[in-house]
Design a protein around this ligand. Structure first.
Ligand SMILES: Cc1cc2nc3c(=O)[nH]c(=O)nc-3n(C[C@H](O)[C@H](O)[C@H](O)COP(=O)(O)OP(=O)(O)OC[C@H]3O[C@@H](n4cnc5c(N)ncnc54)[C@H](O)[C@@H]3O)c2cc1C
Length: 393
């Protein structure tokens, strides 16, 4: 967003000063605050959020706490080779374990967390063969993978008409907003909601943030804005592409889907909530031209495809009624891996962004890396902002 000369009231109140200021109150922002607090328990930290905590993608996602689909691993394998693909997968395994250890603890029911395993459904013979080949590689690298047949797909995941699938045992799901609330309760930081940062001024040792609720100052600003990063740092326009995702939730149905499922042919994913509501998202590839933007809006073409899929594919979905429809915005980098690092032209600003459709499976761990970097630890090469320095300078 921009601000007019006339609307700018930022200098009308007293400047607020902090050791660290985090901009963006999603899973990335809260997690960054958590790890900074661990690094320096006496640090004075603020989070500034334009709307309210979780109002971005973090409160609008499907709640998959996963490492990704078999198709995802297949792509990583082609892009980076098997050793790196396995390392990237394991980064998400560690994310899940860190979340369990530090946030969920023994209170899984409070955040509706279940470690059910997840499944990638094979849409046709050609993909089924490719998935099985990929599964063999994954297994050989110690990942907890098994092939399941069409009967199992029907009995455990409630879908009919597919050849089979690849199940990965580690994955699970969570209520994303309950998870954010639990994480927020662990923070001893000041949170400013309904406060938009519209300019960052570099004054050498101090960064000055202009917001519609006054000026904030800190030697260190951390931007956790994901898809919205280019709105604040214009030179990230070619690095972060916004992609809208849409979700539909039906009325409660009998329990018949045990865990998160991917059908990547339609960029489609589904799961059933503990309440019985069936959640399904995706079909972005039906209308790419309308989905590459920052607008919170659902469209008929995608919502109709989602409910048609429910009624045609699920054994209990034939007459399912729609209960909720919504959208959210993801941020993608050119190689679809996150960026973490410090601005080359301004050591006072660091950031993480670009967690595509995997922020719940990445951000808690990525925030540990970001906070650790401020205290002298390295960022893994494939996540390091340095790989894109040319694009932003
Ligand atoms: C429909 C959908 C389904 C998804 N499903 C899954 C899933 O099941 N599992 C998974 O792992 N990932 C999923 N994702 C991706 C995941 O939700 C994101 O990767 C993750 O939430 C990103 O978190 P974040 O904190 O980086 O960004 P966000 O949650 O988007 O937070 C950024 C925050 O910055 C705030 N902000 C923006 N501009 C300003 C400003 N100028 N000043 C102050 N604040 C500002 C925004 O209001 C927002 O709250 C899904 C995403 C979508 C859209």
């Amino acid at each position: 967003m921009s601000i007019s000369f006339w609307l700018d009231q930022s200098t009308n109140s007293q400047t607020k000063t902090y050791d660290f200021i985090i901009v963006g109150g999603g899973i990335a922002g809260l997690s960054t605050a958590y790890w900074l607090q661990k690094e320096d328990p006496n640090a004075k930290i603020a989070i500034i959020e334009k709307d309210r905590i979780g109002f971005g993608a973090s409160g609008r996602n499907a709640g998959f706490v996963t490492c990704g689909s078999t198709a995802h691993f297949m792509k990583l394998n082609q892009q980076f080779g098997t050793a790196k693909a396995t390392e990237i997968w394991k980064f998400s395994e560690q994310n899940r374990e860190l979340l369990k250890q530090h946030v969920i603890e023994d209170q899984a029911d409070l955040v509706d967390y279940r470690q059910t395993g997840s499944c990638t459904v094979a849409p046709n013979e050609e993909m089924w063969q490719k998935y099985r080949d990929t599964a063999a590689i994954m297994k050989a690298h110690g990942l907890a993978i098994q092939e399941v047949d069409s009967n199992y797909m029907e009995s455990d995941y409630g879908v009919v008409g597919f050849l089979g699938g690849i199940e990965y045992k580690g994955d699970g799901f969570v209520h994303p907003v309950k998870l954010l609330e639990r994480l927020k309760a662990k923070l001893k930081v000041d949170i400013y909601e309904a406060t938009e940062v519209f300019a960052i001024e570099n004054h050498g040792k101090v960064q000055r943030l202009k917001t519609d609720r006054g000026v904030f100052e800190s030697p260190k600003v951390l931007l956790t804005l994901n898809a919205y990063l280019p709105m604040v740092l214009k030179n990230f326009k070619n690095l972060i592409t916004p992609n809208r995702g849409q979700i539909l939730v039906t009325e409660p149905l009998p329990q018949f889907v045990k865990g998160p499922c991917y059908l990547t042919k339609y960029l489609c994913y589904f799961r059933q909530l503990p309440s019985g509501h069936l959640l399904i998202g995706g079909f972005r590839n039906l209308s790419i031209e309308t989905e590459n933007n920052l607008l919170d809006q659902t469209t008929e073409v995608i919502q109709e495809a989602l409910i048609k899929f429910v009624r045609e594919t699920f054994k209990h979905g034939k007459s399912a009624k729609v209960a909720y429809q919504w959208s959210g915005i993801m941020g993608f980098t050119p190689d679809e891996q996150m960026i973490i690092g410090t601005l080359p032209e301004n050591p006072g600003v660091s950031l993480m962004a670009g967690c595509s459709g995997h922020g719940m499976g990445l951000s808690f761990h990525a925030a540990k890396v970001l906070a650790g970097n401020l205290f002298g630890r390295e960022i893994p090469e494939h996540l390091n902002l340095k790989r894109f320095h040319k694009e932003i300078t």
